[in-house]
Design a protein. Structure first.
Length: 296
C-alpha cells in the first residue's frame, strides 16, 4: 500500500506493516494541539466497556529506526494511562514531514471533536502543507490575481484548496476561508494562551482577532481573553481602545469574580470539582433553590 505520490524523485510513503509496537518507544512530541484529558477518558471508558480499540494509530519509522507518531495521540495517551506496554499501529516508511503533518491534520479534522480554535489552526496549517505539496494551487497575487478577477479581500485560501477542503470535511468554502484567515493570523504563543482561556474561543472571536492589524493590539486582546478579563475579542478590543483614549472602563466586581471562578473551574480536574461541590453542597442547594424561585 502506498500514499500520495509526491514527485518523480521522491519515494512514496509505504505502509510497512500493521502490528503491535511498544508504547514507550513512540515519540509523540511536536503535535499541533495537546491531547484533551476528557477525550482520553472517553476512550478509556469505551475500551474498558468493549475490550477493543477501534482504530490502530499511525506511526512513522525514521531511518534511524525511531518511531514518531503521525496520528492517534489520544489513543496513545489512553494506552499509556491504561498501562499498556504495546499498542496496535500502522507503521509507515519513506514519509516526509509534510505528508506526516497532513495525515495528522486530516485525522483530527475528520474524526476528532475540535473547538473553533483548534479547527482554525489545523485548517491554516493544512493550507500551508497543501501549498508546499501542490505549488500550482498557491494563491495568485498582483497581475495574476487581477486577471483571475478574484476579490483581493477574500484570498486567504485559493479556490482549489478551499473547495477541496470544504468537500472533504463537509464545510462551506466561506467557512473554510474564514477559519484559515483566523488560524493564519495567530502566533503559536497566542494559540497556547487562548487554549487557557476560561471561556471557549469562538469563530467570531477568531474572526475579530484576524482583523486586528497591529501585532501589539492582537497580543493585548489575546492576553485579555486568556486571562478571563474580557467576555469576547470584541469586548477586549473595546476596552483596549477605551484605555488608549484615556477612558477608564467601568468594572463590574460580580463579573470579575465570576470570570475568576470560571478560570479556576475550567482548569480543575473532575475529581477536584466533585470534591468542591460536595464540600459546598448546602450552599449549592440553597443557590439552586433561589434560582428556581427566580431570586437574583
Amino acid at each position: 500500500m502506498t500514499g500520495r505520490k509526491q514527485g518523480p524523485d521522491v519515494k512514496q510513503p509505504t505502509l510497512m506493516q500493521q502490528s503491535s509496537v511498544k508504547v514507550a518507544e513512540i515519540d509523540a512530541r511536536h503535535r499541533l494541539r495537546p491531547v484533551s484529558e476528557a477525550g482520553v477518558q472517553s476512550l478509556i471508558a469505551s475500551v474498558t466497556e468493549t475490550g477493543v480499540m477501534k482504530d490502530a494509530i499511525h506511526v512513522r519509522r525514521k531511518k534511524d529506526g525511531s518511531l514518531v507518531l503521525i496520528a492517534g495521540a489520544h489513543r496513545l495517551e489512553m494506552a499509556r494511562q491504561l498501562g499498556w506496554e504495546e499498542i496496535e499501529a500502522k507503521v509507515w516508511t519513506d514519509v516526509t514531514d509534510d505528508w506526516s503533518r497532513l495525515m495528522e491534520i486530516d485525522d483530527n479534522l475528520a474524526g476528532a471533536e475540535m473547538n473553533a480554535l483548534d479547527t482554525a489552526v489545523f485548517l491554516a496549517t493544512r493550507k500551508e502543507v497543501y501549498e508546499r505539496l501542490h505549488p500550482e494551487a498557491k494563491a495568485k497575487t498582483g497581475a495574476a490575481l487581477a486577471a483571475a478577477r478574484w476579490n483581493a479581500a477574500d484570498t486567504m485560501s485559493v479556490a482549489s484548496f478551499a473547495a477541496a477542503t470544504a468537500e472533504k470535511f463537509g464545510l462551506t468554502d466561506r467557512h473554510v476561508r474564514r477559519m484559515i484567515s483566523a488560524g493564519s493570523s495567530l502566533h503559536p504563543d497566542q494559540v497556547r494562551a487562548l487554549r487557557q482561556a476560561p471561556k471557549p474561543i469562538t469563530l467570531k472571536d477568531l474572526t475579530e482577532i484576524a482583523k486586528i492589524t497591529q501585532p501589539t493590539d492582537r497580543y493585548a486582546v489575546v492576553d485579555r481573553l486568556a486571562a478571563g478579563r474580557a467576555k469576547s475579542a470584541a469586548d477586549a478590543l473595546r476596552s483596549l481602545r477605551a484605555e488608549a483614549a484615556g477612558d477608564a472602563p467601568v468594572k463590574d466586581p460580580v463579573e470579575e469574580q465570576f470570570l475568576a471562578l470560571m478560570k479556576v473551574w475550567t482548569r480543575t480536574g473532575a475529581a477536584a470539582r466533585r470534591r468542591l461541590v460536595a464540600a459546598a453542597e448546602d450552599d449549592v442547594r440553597a443557590i439552586l433553590a433561589d434560582l428556581d424561585r427566580g431570586d437574583a
